[in-house]
Design a protein around this ligand. Structure first.
Ligand code: ATP
Ligand code: MG
Length: 357
């Protein structure tokens, strides 16, 4: 029997509700398996930690995570702490510290869920967005001078390295190759950004030669938003820069019905470090503590976590359980127009897993 060491970091807001729900579902999966079990360690980092210690996580925090097989993360964000402090102090610290350079965001319309697009069935919207997660517009390069003076100026430099672009492009082509349609759209803005984005395009052409069986095209990011709405079925795997994919994936989640159901994985494809899985939504303080949070985004993130561990059978079993639950509209949370609670949905998915429903 394999034992997987899992770190849980609920973070802030509804992260404290959906991560324990995810853990419950993982326990239910493990209880029915003779193949594996989970050993959880919880880390109370986030806004409360910041109030007590002046930092979002301890200096040696990465050390404590390093030996884990995977990390299940909730959300970092607190209305009383600036967003760039919470983001850089916790989530990005882990992503960068563990070189989780590929951010992977599958999007599908799950059974029972109505997206806002009319005439768009489940077969028309089945994407996976690959986001460059280590550099680009969020490289943290820039500065601010003459603060408060009339001549004040600030820059955020988008820094792309050849090595960084090559590795995300190769990852995206490989992922596209593993999917039935073998179709990749490389998103760019090389008409207006004539340095880094032109290099991005050139590297796409270069890497494509390693994957002759993948059909690919190039799309400007602005045109891509329209294409996602007007011609969703023409897209399958999408690769974009840190900023562009950040925006495209929120649009994708909304088109699939709710921010509350969308999952993501921050992956170190070379497996030198643990990868981190999380729902894409934020801390949502407006609904926290009321049992209203939709845990499906976290459960789907657990599916990705299991796939990453190589537990394909368990991942498939959980995904089918999630889909049977979303198909039942009486189990929809408020974001999907229903009245079910986090606990109702969690119990229903657990019951599916142990065959009680
Ligand atoms: P952050 O600042 O951490 O990004 P946020 O308050 O901006 O957090 P988001 O996650 O970006 O929250 O979500 C925007 C809104 O969508 C929330 O205020 C909430 O009402 C709704 N929402 C997000 N996630 C969920 C969920 N899992 N279940 C139900 N509603 C959600
Ligand atoms: Mg937000």
């Amino acid at each position: 029997m394999k034992t997987y060491a899992i770190a849980t970091i609920p973070g802030d807001g509804i992260g404290k509700e959906v991560v324990p729900a995810g853990q419950e579902v993982m326990q239910a999966l493990a209880s029915g398996s003779s193949q594996f079990r989970f050993e959880f360690e919880n880390f109370d980092w986030g806004g409360d930690w910041f109030r007590a210690h002046g930092v979002m996580m301890p200096e040696d925090g990465l050390q404590a995570l390093r030996g884990k097989d995977a990390i299940l993360f909730g959300s970092a964000g607190d209305p009383h702490i600036p967003d760039h402090v919470t983001l850089w102090g916790l989530r990005l610290k882990i992503c960068q510290g563990f070189d989780q350079y590929a951010n992977v965001r599958p999007t599908r319309i799950l059974p029972g869920i109505d997206g806002p697009l009319k005439r768009c069935g489940p077969d028309d919207l089945n994407w996976v967005i690959v986001r460059e997660n280590s550099e680009g517009e969020y490289a943290g390069v820039g500065g601010r001078v003459h603060q408060g003076h009339p001549i004040e100026a600030a820059t955020d430099v988008s820094m792309m390295t050849r090595a960084g672009v090559e590795r995300i492009m190769r990852f995206a082509f490989k992922l596209a190759q593993s999917r039935p349609r073998k179709l990749l759209t490389v998103v760019t803005k090389s008409n207006a950004q004539r340095h880094a984005m032109v290099m991005w395009d050139e590297i796409a052409v270069q890497i494509s030669k390693e994957f002759p069986d993948v059909t690919w095209d190039k799309e400007l990011v602005d045109a891509c938003t329209a294409r996602m709405v007007n011609r969703p079925a023409t897209l399958d795997t999408i690769v974009a820069t840190n900023l562009h994919a950040d925006i495209l994936s929120d649009l994708a989640a909304a088109l699939a019905g709710s921010l509350g159901i969308a999952p993501t994985g921050n992956i170190d494809p070379e497996r030198r470090y643990p990868s981190m899985f999380e729902p894409i939504h934020g801390s949502a303080f407006d609904i926290m503590g009321q049992g209203l949070a939709n845990p499906v985004g976290t459960f789907w993130s657990v599916v990705m976590l299991l796939e990453h561990l190589g537990e394909q059978e368990a991942a498939g079993r959980l995904m089918r359980g999630i889909e049977r639950v979303t198909a039942d509209r009486s189990l929809h949370t408020r974001d999907l127009g229903g009245t079910a609670t986090t606990a109702d949905v969690t119990r229903a998915v657990c019951d599916e897993l142990v065959g009680a429903r």
